[in-house]
Design a protein around this ligand. Structure first.
Ligand SMILES: [Zn+2]
Length: 625
């Protein structure tokens, strides 16, 4: 029970409806961002607000979002906010603008501050935000650069998210600013139709990034690269390959809505794990390692193919529940298996259509996803729609409380990827090649983004529901898909792989996993101690009564090192391996009885009896022609 949060929701809902019904828009909202001391990791933000006369006696609330679009975990950005203050006048700290007086600021709850205008129609609310994560959701300011994602930096004025906003950035000397809405070099001021678009425009500010540009069908694409390690002369090739991906995806969807688009790419060397985040006219890609290092180039293109597909799928064509948002509570949507899962599928397919992969590489990649999904215990417990609704728990969230998600959850990324691929092949097969999931996606884009009347101030069109996708799949294929959606989208039944691959003369081959045994155990090393991290349900580890957080002292009579799997691999299924653990300050001896792994590896191969017609369907699928 969380009655306090419930209280906030009720309050905000009431306030918003009052605000929309009666409260006029603010006369102006200007965000001013400065960074006078990069080494401190503190962004300095001022919000300059001009109030209409009717609002000068009402408290004004500003709020830090709890999460931001594209990543559905709740992070409470307010935790990094400090020194909130307010004065009269449009006057950020450090600027000289005559007489100003202080206005009282009260913290209302975990994310909200209230300011008393006291009859003043011009107010400046100022605060600092600590930011030291290079990431698709958080932000970073240090001596190398500033890179921000607006949701973690900019408060909104409660009730006024739809109002137009202006942004002014004051960068350190010699640092240049770039984002997906840069119109000319040296630009420091932007206007946005509303706060949502402000935070949809991640921005890089630094002394030494590079910018390459290419054109596809009259639209301009910029590739900003900021490298913390050696590029090994690979940047020009990378830009050329990004252009191939753009061409393949534009060939499927048709011309994108924007005139210019910017890839913001960091080669982050040793800085945390990778990330990619989609935006309306840009993407943030954080790639660990250096461009010159093995594997980094290909991994970057993988992310590019995924994020650029989001230009259509999720940023514009979006499931119901994805915008406009209430940032006081997590997002709830059933459609992330389409928004992210189909994007995973098409990211791979487009890399093949762009000519960067051959057929085998694409089919091997999908087979790897099948192996991963079919082995995950949560795949038989959590449907694609439920996985989407669980996003706030499973999307990049670290857990303090003990949980069982490793046994019960499945990510909508790989699960949706497989549903997308199977659906595509069933539509292609069922319509004898007359239709495909490409057609379905284009129809969805037309109907829900281009042609629907706007359902809110946020973007064009309206959100779709699973039933809408089902209807369009049926219309395009000429077949009833209600059973498919019931079994494989709203429930957890095995996908009809054989039927789907059969249409294109392929088959799925299942072989016993090469893993020599199954233990159902995960071990983490903390302070050189081996600590049980995962116990899979109904596994040998659970039979041995092992528990998460047990300290393993010895395994098969030996000390436990990072190579513990090799120790177990010397035994066969059926063997009993002695394990000594410490729990509750006691030493406990038990036996781990290994099993034959019920784990399979999948491969997608050509059927020996594939017909010419099936091969033609396959060629059309893989080439997009
Ligand atoms: Zn994505």
């Amino acid at each position: 029970m969380r009655p306090k949060i419930l209280g906030v929701i009720v309050f905000v809902a009431t306030f918003t409806s009052v605000a929309l019904a009666q409260e006029p828009p603010l006369k102006s909202i200007t965000y001013r961002l400065s960074m006078s001391r990069p080494v401190s990791h503190l962004f300095e933000v001022s919000i300059l607000i001009e109030l209409p006369d009717e609002l000068k006696d009402k408290p004004l609330q500003v709020q830090m979002a709890k999460w931001s679009p594209g990543r559905y975990g709740v992070f409470d950005f307010a935790k990094n906010v400090q020194e909130v203050s307010a004065t009269t006048g449009l006057c950020p700290p450090q600027t000289r603008c005559g007489d100003v007086s202080v206005r009282p600021v009260t913290r209302v709850d975990d994310q909200t501050w209230s300011v008393e205008p006291m009859r003043s129609t011009a107010l400046t609310v100022s605060y600092k935000v600590f930011a030291n994560d290079l990431d698709g959701t958080f932000s970073q300011l240090d001596t190398r650069h500033a890179n921000y994602n607006g949701g973690s930096i900019y408060m909104y004025v409660v009730g006024h998210k739809p109002d137009p906003v202006k942004l002014e950035i004051v960068a350190p000397t010699g640092w240049k600013i770039v984002n997906g809405r840069t119109e000319h070099p040296g630009q420091t001021i932007w206007n946005f139709p509303n706060w949502d678009i402000l935070i949809d425009t991640p921005t890089e500010i630094g002394p030494d990034w590079t910018l390459d540009t290419f054109e596809v069908d009259g639209k301009k694409y910029h590739v900003m690269v900021h490298s913390f390690g050696a590029e090994g002369g690979k940047r020009a090739g990378l830009v050329k390959d990004i252009e191939k991906i753009v061409r393949a995806e534009v060939a499927m969807w048709g011309p994108p809505e924007f005139e210019e688009y910017t890839f913001l790419i960091h080669f982050a060397a040793d800085d945390r794990s990778g990330d990619g985040m989609e935006h309306l006219t840009s993407t943030q890609i954080i790639q660990p390692g250096a461009l010159g290092e093995p594997g980094v180039y290909d991994s970057t293109l993988d992310t590019v193919a995924h994020e650029f597909f989001h230009v259509w799928n999720v940023k514009r064509l979006r499931p119901l529940g994805l915008g406009p948002w209430d940032f006081t509570r997590p997002a709830n949507t059933r459609g992330l298996w389409v928004a992210e899962g189909f994007t995973n599928y098409y990211g791979h397919l487009m890399t093949r259509r762009a000519g960067l992969w051959d057929d085998k590489k694409f089919l091997d990649r999908e087979a790897t996803t099948i192996t991963r999904v079919e082995y995950a215990p949560g795949n038989r417990l959590m449907s694609a729609e439920e996985s989407s609704l669980s996003a706030p728990f499973i999307d990049g969230v670290e857990h303090v409380q003990a949980m069982n998600l490793q046994n019960t959850a499945i990510s909508y990324y790989p699960k949706g990827e497989l549903i997308g691929m199977v659906l595509d092949l069933l539509v292609r097969g069922g319509s004898k090649g007359k239709a495909s999931l490409d057609d379905v996606m284009r129809d969805m884009y037309e109907e829900f983004y281009v042609k629907s009347p706007n359902s809110s101030y946020y973007l064009r069109g309206r959100g779709y529901q699973t039933e809408d996708l089902e209807r369009i799949v049926e219309r395009r294929s000429g077949h009833d898909f209600s059973d498919f959606f019931k079994r494989h989208v709203r429930s957890v039944e095995l996908l009809p792989y054989d039927e789907a691959f059969g249409h294109v003369g392929l088959r799925l081959v299942k072989t016993q996993s090469k893993e020599p045994y199954d233990a159902g155990l995960g071990i983490n090393f903390e302070d050189r101690q081996a600590i049980v991290s995962v116990v899979i349900s109904n596994s040998p580890a659970e039979d041995a009564e092992l528990q998460a957080k047990d300290q393993i002292v010895s395994l098969a009579g030996k000390n436990v090192g990072e190579d513990w799997r090799k120790t177990l691999a010397r035994f066969k299924p059926g063997d009993s391996v002695p394990v000594t653990i410490k729990r509750d300050r006691r030493t406990i001896n038990t036996n781990l009885v290994l099993r034959q792994p019920e784990r399979f590896d999948y491969k997608i191969e050509e059927r020996p009896d594939a017909t010419a017609e099936q091969k033609a369907l396959r060629a059309a699928w893989l080439s997009g022609k």
